[in-house]
Design a protein around this ligand. Structure first.
Ligand code: G4P
Length: 527
């Protein structure tokens, strides 16, 4: 029973650059699972483009991201948990952290735009962790790049090794359908009343004369040529390689028209991994172990400032998590019980008695948790974190109300624990620097410090090009000592007390690298 439950779970995230079609695809998957009744349900939660980026909007976004944090549904007897990886540029940190909790990902790429910046960053993290990835090339109903060129681009820019499992017949205006390499059949795409509603006609093989009639002799000849080329160029799908992160199957389709999505989902439930083993600092944890272990990968502050409680999202790694049972908060070394753990479904959340590996539970928290914390049946286990990346924007944060220094420090501390931004403390004078991925985050922090902690802050500009984590070959050598002395103005500690070099320009970073060859500069905190 317990083992069956584990084998049923598929916990994954969809990653993409904003606008590639992640929300639309999510929605179509939920429709297949019967988890929502109508198109638009997820979408209507999305931030309308062009909306003013003011505080109300920020608050609204936080509300929405609670609602879409985890979307669970059943499909073909599998329990599918989609973890939301917020795509808005201001939420990239949060997205990276969610990747610690997924067992696989689907990467959505816009056929016309190809590989974009955010996709690159996110795929890099998945690659570092050998997370199994499936690529979905979206918007085939529009003109875009040639399919082979695009697969080349994916291999080059994302460092992947792909193999197509479906292939489009035509594209844009000429888009006629999908050849399903996985199931060896053809689904034709029909526009109904130009409403672009995809209905499918299935042909079981390429020699069906009706297929030739349907798509035309020329298109069929091209398809045959392309399939031959695929045969020659790409190695056949190998599930073990996929699971090891060494090969990535590619699907083509149009999420908006619901085309190619079911092919993706059917294959996904067949090949995607059930909950995986997870490496903790002490040992590897197997999901089938009887004892419970889980970790916090996301924290959501309550939007109502009168209720300071937060929702901590726990990924269950092993054993079962049960309501009202005491579990060890490893960092605090104390036992905690939870009377109302939440499970999430597409349109509702509910209190859950038992959760299994792969599931996510939301726990009400009054400030006990921070990202990365472990909860166990009793064993001391710490799960490895996700690396921090260099933020894009940096500012000094100052206390604007001397009477509220304590509140300010507490607020900053908790917001950083939530993963809103990164904090660096300058070595020279202990001044605090906030680093964010999107500039809007500074306003969010200021607003929340005031409304949730009663503290006031002001910012001061600071010119930083990149934060680099410093590694010395030998901490005692003269070169490292010289580096620390000459560059002390630019040295800070992050929250984990790791040494960080705040380079003020690409040029000065390069010069510093040249001058101190034995000092290594890393662009992520995990090396
Ligand atoms: P995101 O979550 O990755 O940011 O993308 P989202 O699903 O919101 O899609 C971005 C835009 O691309 C939306 O259009 C959406 O309708 C469109 N889109 C998604 N899939 C397809 C597809 O297969 N074909 C075509 N042609 N368009 C697609 P929008 O106009 O920005 O929003 P909306 O007004 O349609 O909501």
């Amino acid at each position: 029973m317990f083992l069956d439950e584990i084998a049923k779970r598929r916990t994954f995230g969809i990653i993409s650059h904003p606008d590639a079609g992640k929300t639309t695809l999510t929605e179509k998957l939920l429709l297949f699972g019967g988890a929502i009744q109508e198109a638009g349900a997820v979408k209507s939660n999305k931030i309308k483009k062009g909306a003013t980026s003011d505080f109300m909007e920020i608050e609204r976004q936080r509300g929405i991201s609670v609602a879409t944090s985890v979307l669970a549904f059943y499909y073909k007897d599998k329990k599918i948990n989609i973890l939301d990886t917020p795509g808005h540029k201001d939420f990239a940190e949060d997205t990276f952290r969610t990747l610690t909790a997924v067992d696989s990902v689907i990467v959505v790429i816009d056929v016309a735009k190809g590989v974009e910046e955010q996709t690159k960053k996110l795929v890099e993290v998945c690659r570092m962790r050998s997370i199994p990835m499936i690529v979905f090339i979206n918007k085939l109903d529009r003109e875009g790049k040639d399919s082979f060129d695009l697969m080349d681009e994916v291999e080059q820019k994302l460092g992947l090794r792909v193999t197509p499992l479906t292939f489009p017949i035509g594209m844009g205006y000429d888009f006629q359908g999908i050849y399903n390499i996985w199931e060896k059949n053809v689904q034709l795409f029909q526009e109904e009343n130009k409403q672009q509603k995809g209905t499918a006609i299935q042909y079981d093989d390429l020699t069906d004369p009706a297929l030739e009639t349907a798509i035309g002799t020329k298109a069929l000849a091209i398809l045959n040529e392309e399939l031959e080329l695929i045969d020659g160029v790409y190695s056949p799908f190998n599930q073990e390689e996929y699971l090891n992160g060494e090969q990535q199957p590619v699907f083509f389709g149009s999420a908006l028209n619901n085309f190619g999505v079911q092919e993706l989902l059917n294959c996904f439930v067949d090949i995607a991994p059930a909950p995986l083993k997870k490496q903790a600092e002490e040992r590897e944890i197997d999901p089938t172990e009887k004892n419970f272990a889980g970790f916090v990968f996301k924290i959501h502050a309550n939007m109502d400032p009168n209720h300071r409680d937060r929702l901590a999202f726990i990924k269950i790694v092993s054993g079962t998590f049960e309501r009202n049972k005491p579990y060890l908060h490893v960092r605090h070394k104390k036992k905690l019980k939870f009377s109302s753990p939440n499970a999430f479904f597409a349109e509702r959340k509910e209190i859950v008695e038992v959760s299994y590996p792969g599931d996510i539970v939301g726990l009400h928290d009054t400030g006990n948790f921070k990202i990365g914390d472990s909860l166990t049946s009793g064993e001391n286990i710490s799960f490895k974190g996700i690396p921090s990346f260099s933020p894009e924007h940096f500012r000094y944060i100052n206390n604007a109300d001397p009477m509220k220094a304590k509140q300010l420090n507490k607020g900053i501390d908790q917001l950083m624990d939530e993963g809103v931004a990164q904090l660096f403390t300058l070595q020279l004078n202990n001044r605090k620097i906030i680093g964010t991925v999107g500039a809007l985050q500074f306003d969010v922090i200021q607003y929340r410090l005031e409304h949730e902690y009663g503290a006031k802050c002001s910012y001061e500009n600071l010119n930083v090009h990149k934060a680099c984590w410093v590694e010395a070959k030998d901490e005692t050598n003269a070169e490292f000592a010289d580096f620390k002395r000459v560059k002390q103005r630019f040295l800070a500690k992050d929250k984990q007390q790791q040494l960080v070099f705040l380079a003020d320009s690409a040029f000065s970073l390069q010069m510093t690298q040249q001058k101190y060859p034995s000092v290594k500069f890393h662009f992520t905190s995990e090396f």
